[in-house]
Each structure stands twice: as structure tokens, then as C-alpha cells.
Ligand binder design. Structure first.
Ligand code: MN
Ligand code: MN
Length: 276
């Protein structure tokens, strides 16, 4: 999808983080990066909404990380080190999940290099549990873990529609919660010129267009709504992003993988747009 395989000269590097070790309900996100790439051959490199073309931006796809799946701590360390190395050479890390826990090591690396970053999360879920099924490290706790080093005042959680009462009360207390009525303009104004990391849990989309995910939640946003939010951030000071929770085997039509691929195209083009 318009990427080169070498890092030399690239401003951004895509890499897969095919991990689904803490998946609680329906596993399979480890196949997400490959599925996103496979269908990308069938989509255009030009995006009329962004008025930009993947052929005109220089980004690399360095493949999937080789992860020791049975060892959670080793997986998280490997992801953090990979992102850390990219930051050290001035390349924006852009990860394809995998489950949402992969965002924890990605944010650790991002925070080390950009302690004043702001984080925007698109997700059907708050992921603010203290622990889940006996573990503090899970896709369901990832935002709680991140909030321990990124100030909650620097986090925005857009469009969550599922969680425990405690999670929603925590999000209100943190001030991170925003309903899906948040406009692209309001989002853009909140981000401003601050260093921006965006985590896209694709299950924010309605299951009618994105059934290929582990925990589908009815009542989600449309493709156009998610696209409009991301495009509104074009020209912001992006320092990293990830797109997670595609589980392609649950959608035999492959539409979920195509949706993922087009959201990734939107993310590449928006994060590499000229500053404005
Ligand atoms: Mn999530
Ligand atoms: Mn989710």
C-alpha cells in the first residue's frame, strides 16, 4: 500500500504487533496486521477526502515484530524497544494490532521521548479497569495503566459506549470522557499544537460495518464519522499512532479488513500531512 521496505529516508514506519495473549472473549487479532496488508492491494493510494496520495509521502513498512507470544512481559518489552528505536532515529512509529494492550508499551516509548504528549483514544470501551480476570495488564486495563504516567488531563476518550459503572465514573472523574457527538472541530481545538498520539481501537465502529473484532458493541459510529475525526487532525504534531483489534477471521466477507486498511491509509496521510 505505497510503503517502501527500508527505513532510510522514511518519516513513518508501519509495523505489526500481532499479539492477542490477553484476549478474553474471541481471540484472533494476531492475524490483524497481515489481513490489513493483504487487502490493501485492492484499495487506491489516493484519498479524495484527504486530497493526498500514499505515493507522495515517504513511509516504510518494516513488517511484523517477532513476539514471544507465551511471555507477556517479554512481548511488551519487545514492542517498547521497537518503538523506542524508531523514536531514537526520528521516525514516527505506527503499529498495527494486535489487541489493545500493545498500546501500553507504545505509549511508554512515546512518553519517554515526548513527555508533554496528548493522547486521543477512539474506542467502544473505556479500558479503565484496575484489573481484569486477575491481571493488571490486559486489553481491558490498558488506558488505566497509561493514565498512571500520562496525566488524565492529557487524555481524551472518544465515543466509549461500554464498560462498568466504575469505569464510567473514573472517566468522568478524570475528565477524559467525550461522547460520540464530539465534533471534529472540537477535537482539533482540544489537541492544538501539542505532540499527538492517536490510538484507534477499531471496535469504535458499528459492528454492521466492522464485525471482525473480538468484542463487537452495537451502537457504534460510522466509517465517515471516524474518518472525519482523524482527518480533522491532519497537520497536527503527530508523534505516533496505532490501529488495533481487527480480528479478520470473524468476517468472512473481508469488509472489516478493508475498513481497517482504509483507516490505516487515513492515519498515514493525516499523520504525515504538512503542518497547519
Ligand atoms: Mn480498547
Ligand atoms: Mn474496544
Amino acid at each position: 500500500m505505497g510503503a517502501v521496505p527500508e527505513l532510510a529516508g522514511a518519516r513513518l514506519a508501519l509495523f505489526g504487533t500481532p499479539y492477542d495473549g490477553t484476549c478474553s472473549f474471541r481471540p484472533g487479532t494476531r492475524f490483524g496486521p497481515a489481513a490489513t496488508r493483504n487487502v490493501s492491494e485492492g484499495i487506491e493510494t489516493y484519498c479524495p477526502v484527504c486530497n493526498a496520495d500514499l505515493e507522495d509521502v515517504h513511509f516504510a513498512d518494516i513488517g511484523d515484530l517477532v513476539l514471544p507470544t507465551a511471555d507477556k512481559a517479554a512481548v511488551l518489552l519487545a514492542i517498547e524497544q521497537a518503538a523506542d528505536e524508531l523514536y531514537s532515529i526520528g521516525v514516527i512509529p505506527a503499529a498495527l494490532g494486535g489487541e489493545h494492550l500493545v498500546s501500553l508499551p507504545l505509549l511508554k516509548a512515546a512518553f519517554k521521548h515526548n513527555p508533554d504528549l496528548v493522547l486521543v483514544q477512539f474506542d467502544a470501551h473505556l479500558d479503565l479497569r484496575e484489573s481484569f480476570m486477575g491481571s493488571e495488564l490486559s486489553h481491558a486495563t490498558v488506558m488505566r495503566q497509561i493514565s498512571k504516567f500520562v496525566e488524565p488531563s492529557r487524555i481524551l476518550q472518544v465515543g466509549p459506549r461500554s464498560g462498568t459503572r466504575e469505569e464510567f465514573e473514573t472517566a468522568q472523574k478524570f475528565g477524559t470522557y467525550r461522547p460520540d457527538s464530539l465534533t471534529p472541530k472540537e477535537l482539533r481545538e482540544w489537541v492544538g499544537h501539542r505532540p499527538l498520539y492517536v490510538t484507534v481501537d477499531l471496535d469504535i465502529l458499528d459492528p454492521s460495518i466492522f464485525p471482525g473484532t473480538g468484542t463487537p458493541e452495537p451502537g457504534g459510529v460510522s466509517y465517515r464519522e471516524l474518518q472525519a475525526w482523524i482527518v480533522s487532525l491532519a497537520g497536527c504534531n503527530w508523534i505516533g499512532w496505532d490501529a488495533v483489534e481487527l480480528s479478520p477471521e470473524y468476517d468472512s466477507t473481508q469488509v472489516s479488513s478493508i475498513v481497517s486498511s482504509k483507516i490505516v491509509r487515513t492515519l498515514v496521510l493525516s499523520s504525515l500531512a504538512k503542518p497547519c
